[in-house]
Write a protein that binds this ligand. Structure first.
Ligand code: NDP
Length: 342
């Protein structure tokens, strides 16, 4: 689409993700463009607006946010704030009659997520959760292969998302702003991927949390969680996430007649994929090379496409709500030491 016909997005919160990934990704979008910014730091907002050709009268702060209703150029509000603020700003955006693209995790709790789904339905606006991996070509290809049945019955998914998380003065260590620790921030990729790869919903979950002793960062939120999801077909997903282990973001599927390994499955880039197939007694291993696409651009364009066509996003609010229900079951399991049925 020519720039003036593209769907206009307002970015809310100019932190690392917005500045380093999303604003650059708009340059690769075909259906979307940034037309407004919402920030608590006016000097930064002015500079960023200038860099991206956003009009100086399309800058808002958190107090004046609701005036966005009077800006017809804004069709989608993209919420990129700390998790604990997603609920409030989704409700305010819906009341302003704007569609909402919300960063993951969708909220702090399942109750908040349910309210967000209801508010957007009542306001007749779309709500999408930014599960970027579902728009990334390697993950899509692996999902198609798993679901095609070519490799037989899937038995195990193994998903790991770890990174070392740094200093204490971040909202990610405050429960009110983050909702939790490694689980909602990075373990969510393992959980969401196990669901979208398999196309099944878990019927039982089990989790263990471990926190280092005497580390003040982990007074409110967890450092590490290992968890298991059992699906109706018998498939089991074994997942692990941690703020205390060196970066690793891989997903593996073990099936009856082969396996699929996706390296860097949850990373911004650098994905690769190997597939093993049993053929008689022999095993062939294939290394797949797909063209690298900017997954943030794909995700943003998908939302724009839904606005243009009236379709429901592939990852709607209900998808985020279901992950929150499962995460609450995981915390319950970790607390009681027992499996939790869903
Ligand atoms: P940052 O801390 O880098 O940025 C958050 C921004 O929110 C701040 O820069 C600030 O922007 C604004 N803000 C408003 N109120 C507060 C507050 N009370 N405390 C701190 N910041 C506040 O976070 P990220 O950009 O890393 O994360 C933002 C969201 O994006 C989170 O929900 C996170 O989970 C998600 N995320 C998703 C990723 C993905 O791959 N999909 C990757 C990274 C993050 P300003 O100065 O403009 O007001």
């Amino acid at each position: 689409l020519p720039p003036e016909k593209r769907v206009g997005f307002a970015l809310v919160g100019l932190g690392r993700l917005s500045l380093e990934q999303l604003l650059p990704a708009f340059a690769e979008c075909r259906q979307a463009r940034p037309v407004a910014l919402v920030s608590g730091t006016p000097d930064k907002a002015r500079i960023v607006a200038e860099q991206h050709g956003i009009r100086p009268d399309a800058l808002y702060d958190y107090g004046s946010f609701d005036r966005i209703r009077d800006n017809p150029e804004v069709q989608v509000v993209y919420i990129v704030l700390p998790n604990g603020l997603h609920h409030e700003f989704t409700l305010r955006a819906a009341r302003s009659g704007k569609h909402v693209l919300c960063e993951k995790p969708m909220a702090n709790t399942a109750a908040e997520a349910a309210e967000m789904v209801q508010a957007c339905a009542a306001a007749k606006v779309k709500l999408m959760v930014a599960y970027r991996c579902q728009y990334e070509p390697y993950n899509r290809q692996a999902t198609d292969l798993l679901r095609s049945g070519e490799l037989g019955r899937p038995r195990f998914i193994e998903a790991v998302n770890t990174q070392v998380q740094g200093e204490i003065d971040q909202w990610r260590f405050k429960k009110a702003l983050a909702g939790g620790g490694a689980l909602p921030d990075i373990g969510l990729y393992c959980l969401n991927s196990a669901r979208f790869y398999s196309g099944e919903e878990p019927v039982e979950v089990f989790a263990r949390i471990d926190n280092p002793k005497n580390d003040p960062r982990y007074r409110e939120v967890e450092e590490s969680m290992a968890f298991m999801l059992r699906f109706p077909s018998g498939l089991i997903a074994n997942c692990a996430c941690s703020y205390g282990a060196h970066e690793s973001k891989d997903l593996r599927v073990r099936l009856e007649k082969g396996w699929i390994d996706v390296e860097n499955a949850f990373a911004y880039e650098g994905q690769s994929m190997r597939v093993a197939r049993r053929a008689g007694r022999a095993e062939g291993i294939e290394e797949l090379r797909l063209s690298q696409k900017n997954q943030f651009a794909a995700e943003i364009d998908h939302m724009a496409e839904c606005v243009l066509t009236g379709h429901t996003p592939r990852t709607p609010g209900e998808e985020g709500l279901q992950d929150h229900r499962i995460m609450e079951a995981l915390y319950r399991s970790a607390e009681t030491g027992q499996p939790v049925a869903l």
